[in-house]
Design a protein around this ligand. Structure first.
Ligand SMILES: Nc1ncnc2c1ncn2[C@@H]1O[C@H](COP(=O)(O)OP(=O)(O)OP(=O)(O)O)[C@@H](O)[C@H]1O
Length: 299
């Protein structure tokens, strides 16, 4: 479990992270979302003991990172895939790490295999790796000590669509086996596909956090059917209030409840999705606000 309590970080007069608190539980993937410069990396660096907080504290499994006797065995970290020893081969990098952590050397091949780095690629020097290959190697390093917790900063950067799909599966599986995952991204859609919970940060402060489905459904559900009148009757029978949206009916219920009501009444739906007014709107507003000063400066 990761616990972040009232973390703040100031650089001179600039507050990069302002009183941030959240928890990541075993068995879950928490998406840490925010536009560029929101304070995600600074928060992750504080959790991993790389940046001292100005105030507050963060613990992993009840202890600050720096007090963990063999951190790699408890928490796998991938903060900057580009910053790896360029002169070593992927296999050497992992072998050195295995030695440092006291991990059986046979794990090196197993983890390289797990992240899809095989054969010649593992013997090439890291400087010749693409960013996607570095992400895979970084993930192999993070997983090497079989930790229960993973902290990843923008892990999908440089991965192609197949790689992103693969990584989602790997993180989902890690969490489903009881692991705790915290991953940051500035892309809502990327995180939405894998996270159970979301923590949204903007201007250094938490602006929203909670269960993904609930946050995304904050703006209601949009539903359309071939026969709108029949859909209205079905929703009415299920006690779900509906109003006219621009391209369908807007309801204050989640997709499952709406789908069930339609199925019970034998109504064919042509569309069923979050209306997008909740988190999506908030995230868009945050991203736009973050971009504004640059536009102003350019005038
Ligand atoms: N070492 C530092 N010295 C001064 N300011 C810093 C330092 N590190 C970060 N900042 C500032 O703190 C704020 C938060 O930066 P941070 O890198 O944590 O954001 P982020 O959400 O990870 O953004 P991105 O998605 O662009 O990586 C930014 O305004 C950044 O300029």
């Amino acid at each position: 479990m990761i616990s972040v309590e009232h973390l703040s970080k100031r650089y001179g007069r600039h507050t990069a992270v302002d009183d941030v608190s959240f928890r990541c539980e075993p068995g879950t993937v928490t998406g840490f979302l925010g536009p560029n410069g929101a304070g995600k990396s600074t928060t992750l660096r504080m959790i991993c003991g790389l940046t001292p907080p100005t105030a507050g504290r963060a613990t992993v499994g009840g202890r600050p990172y720096r007090q963990l006797p063999n951190p790699g065995r408890e928490i796998g970290v991938l903060l900057d895939a580009a910053a790896q020893h360029a002169g070593r081969s992927g296999r050497e990098a992992l072998t050195v790490a295995a030695y440092t952590m006291g991990v059986d050397r046979r794990e090196v091949a197993a983890k390289l295999d797990l992240v899809g780095l095989n054969g010649a690629a593992t013997r090439r020097r890291v400087r010749a790796y693409s960013l996607g290959m570095r992400q895979r190697l970084g993930l192999a390093l993070a997983l090497l000590g079989d930790p229960r917790v993973l902290i990843l900063d923008e892990p999908a950067n440089g991965l192609d669509p197949e790689g992103i799909f693969w990584m989602r599966g790997l993180l989902r599986d890690f969490a489903d086996r009881g692991g705790t995952v915290l991953l940051s991204s500035h892309l809502l859609r990327e995180v939405e596909a894998v996270a159970d919970r979301l923590v949204v940060i903007g201007g250094g402060r938490i602006v929203a956090q909670g269960d993904k489905t609930e946050l995304l459904a904050g703006g209601g559900t949009l539903v359309r059917a071939r026969d709108t009148a029949a859909l209205r009757r079905a929703l009415d029978a299920a006690g779900i209030a509906a109003t006219d949206g621009t391209d369908g009916l807007l309801v204050r219920a989640d997709g499952e409840a709406v789908g069930q009501a339609a199925a019970t009444a034998g109504v064919v739906l042509t569309e069923l999705r979050p209306a997008g007014g909740g988190l999506e709107q908030l995230f868009l507003t945050l991203t736009t606000t973050a971009a504004e000063p640059t536009e102003e400066a350019g005038k």
